[in-house]
Design a protein around this ligand. Structure first.
Ligand SMILES: *Cc1c(COP(=O)(O)O)cnc(C)c1O
Length: 510
């Protein structure tokens, strides 16, 4: 395992600009068919004088370049990805087949409703399916991510209060919440009021009661919460907030523990987002495209984003007109349609029973890991968990090995690390979410790798601190990467010398 570099993870990987030779190409166009174009007559003054210095490579060189890049990334298609809260479950390939069907993939967003009845019907059916899963009256498919779904939901809550001549400003957010929750409040001009969660890891009515007053616009609840526990008091908490005129926002990122078992709409949630790229197997990461639909109760319908897909006389239409109090448009056109096709395909593949079974396996897998990892690692909330479990590396403190070291070492064993340093309420937290798509064998291999790392930390801490060893790049300076991203390639002085603009420094290059 460690030390044995995977095939393809070669350290000697020239950039595509450094390969090839003049006049080498990968295209086979018939020059007879191509009309001569004078760039100056087509583009005027902005036409280039000198052609751009693009790589001239053959087809195999181009293919190898991109395949090699894909191998330098960790992906759910290559290994277990237990990134807690993110639900990195397998993305079934049938979803890709459906999204590529020409009748979906080749649509133009300006086509009239009559010509896109199939697409509108798919959106309508997806809305019905999601509404059924979460117990909501309607669902808007516009938002492009979970975070944008939160923003949308809070905008609808604000519009709802304003329509009643009220303007409450506070949103109660537990201190275990995902960082996007307070950010969504701030973007809405609302004030996130954090409240502490007790030692049990869940919120009780008495924890929250002192914070609930007339100025509370909403409470944001994540259920199950980010320590992996079900909020058993949620219905009473919702009642308390409703009594004071507030609404309940549900962060639905953790729906993978509920599907087919419990519906947020039935335990008092008024509006929530789905993360289709988590629960509903659409691809995830790399900045999108994502899809974070918002489910809501009928009281919020007047404020829904437009356009809304409606069914009229057996036809589907995009309705822009009938909601004058709408929060407006959240996205260009109708959102990320390809993600809707994938999520709908998943819903149809699974059916109601399949979704319920997925939930059961997700929860079973997490509890299996809770017990097995608990043989070596500290489990702060050692009670039946939902789809994810928090462990901590408390026992490694003396060895001087950090949570980040453990995470990096896991990569040498072929696993993506769990979420680290989150939730903030647990010191040295690792939030492990196996999902239902991993087998018992893979879970055991993960437990073994974690046990080996724990042993290594005691016997030879430097081996853990020096990880990762087999990845193309070692530890990057994340602060520099975020503050000074290198987005442009520049020609190296000489060929085949590492370019200073390739994003690497002498230290990060193995
Ligand atoms: C992932 C996540 C979000 C945000 O969703 P994005 O799609 O990443 O914007 C919000 N809350 C929780 C609990 C999450 O896990």
């Amino acid at each position: 395992m460690p030390g044995s570099a995977k095939p393809g993870l070669s350290f000697r990987t020239p950039l595509i600009f450094e390969q090839g030779a003049a006049d080498r190409d990968a295209a086979s166009l018939d020059p007879e068919d191509l009309p001569e174009v004078d760039p100056r007559s087509a583009f005027g003054e902005i036409a280039r004088e000198v052609p751009p210095m693009l790589p001239e490579v053959s087809e195999p060189e181009a293919v190898r370049h991109y395949v090699r890049l894909s191998q330098q990334n960790f992906a759910i298609d290559t290994g277990m990805y237990p990134l807690g809260s993110c639900t990195m479950k397998y993305n079934p390939k049938v979803n890709e087949w459906a999204a590529r069907l020409p009748g979906f993939a080749n649509l133009h967003p300006y086509m009239p409703d009559e010509l896109v009845q199939g697409a509108l019907e798919l959106m309508w059916r997806l809305e019905q399916g999601l509404a059924e899963v979460c117990g909501m009256d309607r669902v808007s498919l516009h938002p492009a991510a979970g975070a944008q779904g939160e923003l949308t939901g809070l905008m609808m809550i604000r519009a709802y209060h304003q329509a009643q001549g009220r303007d409450p400003k506070k949103v109660l957010v537990p201190d275990t919440a995902h960082g996007t929750n307070p950010a969504s409040c701030a973007l809405n001009g609302l004030k996130a009021v954090p409240f502490p969660v007790g030692d049990s890891g869940i919120v009780t009515t008495s924890d929250i009661a002192p914070f609930v007053d007339d100025d509370v616009a909403a409470i944001m609840a994540t259920n199950p919460n980010t320590v992996g526990l079900f909020e058993t008091h949620i219905a009473e908490i919702a009642e308390l907030v409703h009594e004071k005129g507030g609404l309940v926002y549900g962060d639905g990122a953790n729906l993978n523990a509920l599907m087919g078992k419990a519906r947020p709409g039935d335990f008092g949630i008024d509006v929530m987002q789905f993360n289709l790229h988590k629960t509903f197997t659409t691809p995830h990461g790399g900045g999108g495209p994502g899809c974070g639909p918002v489910g809501y109760k009928a009281i919020l319908d007047p404020f829904a984003p437009v356009p809304v897909v409606e069914q009229r006389d057996g036809r589907f239409v995009l309705d822009y007109e009938s909601r004058p109090q709408s929060v407006g448009r959240l996205r260009s056109f109708q959102g990320n349609f390809g993600m809707m096709v994938r999520a709908y395909t998943y819903l149809r593949e699974m059916g109601a029973e399949g979704l319920e079974h997925a939930t059961e396996l997700a929860v079973l897998n997490a509890n299996y890991l809770r017990v097995r990892l608990g043989e070596t690692w500290h489990v702060p909330y050692d009670t039946t968990c939902m789809h994810e479990v928090v462990i901590s590396d408390r026992h490694l403190k003396e060895a001087g090995v950090t949570t980040m070291d453990v995470a990096k070492r896991l990569m040498d064993y072929g696993f993506h690390p769990p979420t680290v340093y989150f939730p903030l309420v647990v010191k040295g937290a690792m939030l492990v979410e196996p999902t239902e798509t991993e087998s018992r064998q893979t879970l055991d291999e993960f437990v073994d790798a974690m046990k080996t790392i724990s042993d290594e930390a005691a016997a030879d801490p430097d081996s853990v601190r020096a990880a990762p060893r087999i990845t193309r790049l070692r530890r990057l300076d994340e602060t520099q990467a975020a503050r000074h991203p290198v987005l442009r390639w520049r020609a190296p002085e000489k060929r085949h010398e590492p370019s200073s603009a390739s994003g690497e420094t002498a230290e990060t290059r193995p």
